[in-house]
Design a protein around this ligand. Structure first.
Ligand code: NAP
Length: 446
């Protein structure tokens, strides 16, 4: 597949590197900014000042939609891949290469370029601002990251071509590691541009491989998602690096330990104290937490109000973080009261022994109670009032004793599968840059 899409901030070398690649490979170069200028018969600064950024983005979308299929190098404008339609179009049957450079290099390269400012900030502050907003999206899209800071354009081009647009894998280590995992994999996996997987102990019950391996081909993403069981969080990272995986879904019991095994946990992961998604890019490991998004999305309409979280483990921390992001007044009730108090102190909320006198518009069960056949409900029946919403994070089985009792009492109920579906949507985006939409995920998992 000789189709390479170069993405990155302004000044990262997309046009210069793209030209060298196209020359060496003797394939066409499509520079989206140059194509827009040719169509509009105006320079980019003129389009921005005469017509505005909105019209420019519209033209950019049209240019990207009209790019011919087949072998090519495509150099994109820095903002092009912030648009979901552009992402889907560019991602198809292509290697996505992220070019990076330190901010001083970017700054010096854009001096005198005549490109319009996108904010009212100084050049350096604009670079920092755009890096904060765009880099997570770029990293999600990228199959390979190349730091062009100390490379000439022809050197960066030669490196991408030598690597065939894919991250480097050591064949012996790759084969040994997969053999050690007893992993059932296709023969040519080593040549797969995008490998992701799920780690934890155990992982064999996970539906994520089915979900991802169904969705990848739908977006023409040359990817494979594997079971990657490990002995510890450190061991999971060893395996991730040995197989050259770009993304790792992390499940019990490694989420909390994973935070100390990676280079950059984001703000959400640090606040919750757990990482459930690791992205490997530019030789660094980035950590995210999508569990809290999985809890927030199904209850977005419940902003404000009183909430009760039952439990004080990792899922409870993600729940408290999600509910506070919706400005809810949260009370934690945990079997071991001291642990509930510690979590409440961390988040600046209340804790209380579980009783029927707690006021709650929303109750979240963040304990495993309900997973076993003979489990009862972890919530006193006096709390199940018709105007209360009950969200049970337990997802096997989807219908728990708590949810059955709540439904009979006239409560609105939300199953734990909803958390899984919404967190998976956010995680798929972190791995690929693409939002597959909630309905399609629900359909694949149904
Ligand atoms: P965890 O860290 O082990 O915490 C478990 C919590 O449940 C602790 O607060 C524990 O209380 C409490 N607990 C355990 N057994 C109990 C019992 N018999 N009665 C009352 N409280 C009990 O586990 P976690 O990672 O937070 O996960 C909790 C549950 O969330 C999981 O079992 C899973 O069902 C669900 N979950 C769902 C999703 C999803 O996608 N839907 C994702 C993650 C987790 P003590 O402090 O007293 O031990």
């Amino acid at each position: 597949m000789e189709r390479y899409v170069l993405i990155g901030l302004r000044g990262s070398g997309k046009t210069a590197c793209g030209k060298r690649m196209a020359e060496k490979l003797r394939i066409p170069l499509y520079d989206t900014d140059a194509l827009i200028e040719a169509r509009a018969k105006q320079s980019i600064p003129e389009i921005f000042s005469d017509l505005g950024e909105g019209v420019f983005r519209h033209m950019e979308r049209e240019v990207i939609a009209s790019l011919p299929d087949g072998a090519a190098v495509i150099a994109t404008g820095g903002g092009a891949v912030m648009d979901p339609q552009n992402i889907q179009r560019l991602r198809r049957k292509a290697h996505i290469i992220l070019l990076t450079a330190d901010e001083e290099t970017l700054h010096s390269r854009i001096q005198g370029s005549g490109r319009p400012a996108l904010t009212t900030l100084s050049d350096l502050d604009e670079i920092r601002h755009l890096a904060g907003v765009r880099m997570p999206v770029y990293r999600g899209l990228a199959d390979l990251c190349i730091d062009t800071g100390s490379l000439r354009a022809d050197e960066a081009a030669a490196r991408i071509i030598r690597l065939n647009g894919m991250r480097r894998r050591n064949p012996e280590l790759f084969t040994e590691t997969l053999a050690e995992l007893n992993c059932d994999t296709p023969d040519d996996l080593i040549n797969c541009p995008l490998i992701c997987g799920i780690t934890g102990n155990p992982v064999s019950h996970s539906r994520s491989p089915h979900l991802y391996n169904t969705l990848f081909p739908e977006y023409a993403i040359p990817g494979r998602y594997l079971f990657l069981p490990a002995k510890s969080a450190e061991d999971a990272i060893r395996i991730m690096l040995a197989v050259g995986a770009k993304g790792l879904s992390v499940t019990i019991p490694f989420k909390e330990m994973m935070i100390s095994c990676i280079d950059e946990p984001d703000g959400d992961a640090r606040a919750i104290g757990a990482v459930n998604t690791v992205i490997s890019c530019d030789e660094r490991l980035y950590g995210h937490n999508t569990d809290w998004i999985g809890i927030r999305e199904p209850i977005r309409d419940l902003r404000g109000g009183d909430a009760l979280v039952v439990g004080a483990g990792g899922a409870a921390a993600a729940a408290v973080y999600a509910l506070q992001s919706l400005e809810m007044d949260v009370c934690i009730a945990n079997r071991t009261e001291k642990r509930g108090e510690v979590l409440a102190e961390r988040f600046g909320c209340r804790s209380s022994p579980l009783s029927s006198s707690i006021n709650a518009d929303l109750i979240v069960n963040a304990t495993p109670v309900g997973m076993k056949e003979d489990d009862g409900s972890p919530v006193p029946s006096g709390l199940l009032k018709p105007d209360t919403t009950i969200f049970d994070l337990v997802y096997t089985p989807p219908m728990t004793p708590l949810l059955r009792e709540a439904e009979a009492a006239g409560c609105r109920i939300i199953q734990g599968t909803e958390m899984f579906i919404h967190q998976a949507r956010a995680q798929f985006r972190l791995f690929t840059g693409i939002d597959p939409g909630i309905d399609r995920i629900r359909e694949v998992l149904s």
